[in-house]
Design a protein around this ligand. Structure first.
Ligand code: NAP
Length: 335
């Protein structure tokens, strides 16, 4: 059974996704195992299970993926008034389960892809699969400061939707200049006294519509050509040290919270040495979703540093599932 927990919190929604559908037994072997449960993984699951492939999804550390930390999704086709990220993921999950997908809320700790059947290990389970779809997505990039680690959860956050309500009446710093940073800044204005967007250049990377919204919001101001050089505080954050990248000057900016939104890095650690990747760790694909290993496919942010949209990830998930289906059918005929 999947539990849906909707908690009214301003206009945010919180949904917890429960583990395996009631009464469903885990097997040792599946036709296809999908690693990751964001739009790519769950779309792949819908297609695979509709094609009557025995399908297991191992959801990963954040069941539902990055959209679980997103507020309103306004650009996913079919929702003219937008849809909350967690609600969208809940729908995808229910849709996959409706067609027979088994979803295990666990984390794959290692993979053995040299020979078929491929092997996926979690801490206490071992599964075999004839095909694999890697849809493990990406995680927030860090600034790399020691103080960032020290104050993580004590004023440093990577998710305004999750933590914004804790910063009521505070002055907040948001780091970054892309859509994520602007989205976070706009959302935080619901709670914060003021929001400073600290960006390393003098122009935003964010889309025009997001820029317009930010520029016209009286609570948001911009600190251009600047980086956060340090985060200061005692038990919690009291401020940041801002460094001007043009003249090198450093100054303190008082704030109660720091939200870091400077992009993402692919979650590919467990595939290192087995799957070909580029220098940033993104999985290399050929013919759309194929990796260097026959029978192992990739979909979504894990191989796509360019588009990185929920709808493109879903599209890649669909493509990977169709490729798996063809691969398994051809293999069956060969034997
Ligand atoms: P992004 O577009 O890559 O932007 C990252 C931002 O962080 C850039 O402004 C970059 O600066 C800055 N940055 C990177 N590393 C930094 C560092 N070490 N120190 C300081 N600043 C750093 O990432 P994103 O904003 O997460 O967006 C990713 C994708 O998701 C995009 O395609 C975006 O359109 C999409 N998205 C869409 C929505 C929406 O439509 N509602 C919301 C969120 C994200 P530079 O500009 O100088 O490179």
């Amino acid at each position: 059974m999947v539990t849906l927990e909707v908690m009214p919190m301003q206009d945010t929604i919180s949904i917890s996704l429960a583990s395996i559908e009631e009464g469903k037994e885990l097997k040792d072997r599946y036709d296809v195992i999908i690693l990751g449960s964001g739009p790519a993984g769950l779309t792949a699951a819908i297609y695979c299970s509709r094609a009557k492939l025995d399908t297991l999804v191992i959801s990963g550390t954040l069941p539902g993926g990055q959209l679980m930390n997103t507020h309103m999704v306004e650009n996913f086709p079919g929702f003219p008034h937008g849809i909350f990220g967690p609600e969208l993921m809940m729908n995808m999950r229910m849709q996959a389960e409706r067609f027979g997908t088994t979803i295990l809320d666990d984390v794959a700790t290692s993979v053995e892809l040299l020979n078929e059947p491929f092997i996926i290990n979690t801490v206490d389970k071992r599964f075999e699969a004839s095909a694999i779809i890697i849809a493990t997505g990406a995680s927030p990039r860090k600034l790399g400061l020691k103080s960032e680690e020290i104050f993580a959860g004590k004023g440093v956050s990577y998710c305004a939707t999750c933590d914004g309500p804790f910063f009521k009446g505070e002055d907040i710093v948001v780091v970054g200049g892309g859509d994520s940073a602007i989205e976070e800044a706009l959302f935080l204005t619901k709670f914060a006294n003021s929001v400073y967007v600290v960006h390393r250049r003098d122009k935003l990377r964010a889309s025009k519509i997001m820029q317009e919204r930010a520029f016209s919001n009286p609570k948001i101001s911009f600190v251009w050509n600047s980086v956060v050089d340090d985060i200061i505080g005692d038990k919690k954050v009291h401020g940041v040290i801002i460094k001007d990248v043009i003249n090198g000057e450093r100054r303190e900016l008082r704030c109660g919270g720091v939200f870091i939104a400077i992009g993402h890095e692919p979650n590919t650690q467990i595939f290192k040495g087995q799957i070909d990747m580029d220098e940033r760790g993104y999985i290399k694909v050929r013919e759309y979703t194929k990796t260097n290993i026959e029978g192992v496919f990739a979909a979504g942010d894990v191989h796509d540093p360019i588009y990185r949209q929920a709808v493109t990830a879903a599209g890649f998930g669909c493509m990977a599932a169709l490729d798996v289906e063809r691969y398994l059918t051809e293999k069956k005929y060969k034997h």
